[in-house]
Design a protein around this ligand. Sequence first.
Ligand SMILES: Cc1cc2nc3c(=O)[nH]c(=O)nc-3n(C[C@H](O)[C@H](O)[C@H](O)COP(=O)(O)O)c2cc1C
Length: 162
Amino acid sequence: MDTLMGRRSIRKYQDKTVEGEKVRTILAAGRMAPSGKNKKPWEFIVAEDRDTMLKLSQVKPKGGLFVKDAPMGIVVVGDEEKSDTWVEDCSIASTFMQLEAHNQGLGSCWVQFRGRFTPEGGDAEVRVREILGIEEGRRVLCVITLGYPNEVKPPYKEEDYY
Ligand SMILES: Cc1cc2nc3c(=O)[nH]c(=O)nc-3n(C[C@H](O)[C@H](O)[C@H](O)COP(=O)(O)O)c2cc1C
């Protein structure tokens, strides 16, 4: 419950690199997620190049602008040919990674791309595929931004939920 109540969406980050060991642990948490028929239809792309982060921040008109100042992000990609439950599977994996990020003292935020549009009205997923060179047939669910928090958000309180 401490992890569940303490995790909040963090959109402001310190200018500090996240240690590789922490990133590997977070990716491992994602791979431990349950999935339909145990197909694990996910791929996680680590993005930290500044130009890539800037481009990703501009894919949607709003809701992802802070990505440009995030130290890094994990792009969560699903293989719809491998599993018809890729959305569910990748969502659970994303959540596992967010929870482990919190355990590691990091902040994270889910930035949605599936079903979202570019400022010009194009498909946001297609744009992300272009930026990262992801092949067709692979679906882009979201980016989980990661970094040391530069904002303080209060944890949830258990009594709020009864
Ligand atoms: C499916 C999903 C899509 C989301 N998309 C975005 C997004 O595009 N941009 C953003 O800033 N936050 C996004 N969020 C984060 C939510 O805004 C956030 O979880 C919610 O406001 C509750 O706040 P909390 O995470 O601090 O509990 C998304 C969260 C989920 C689960």
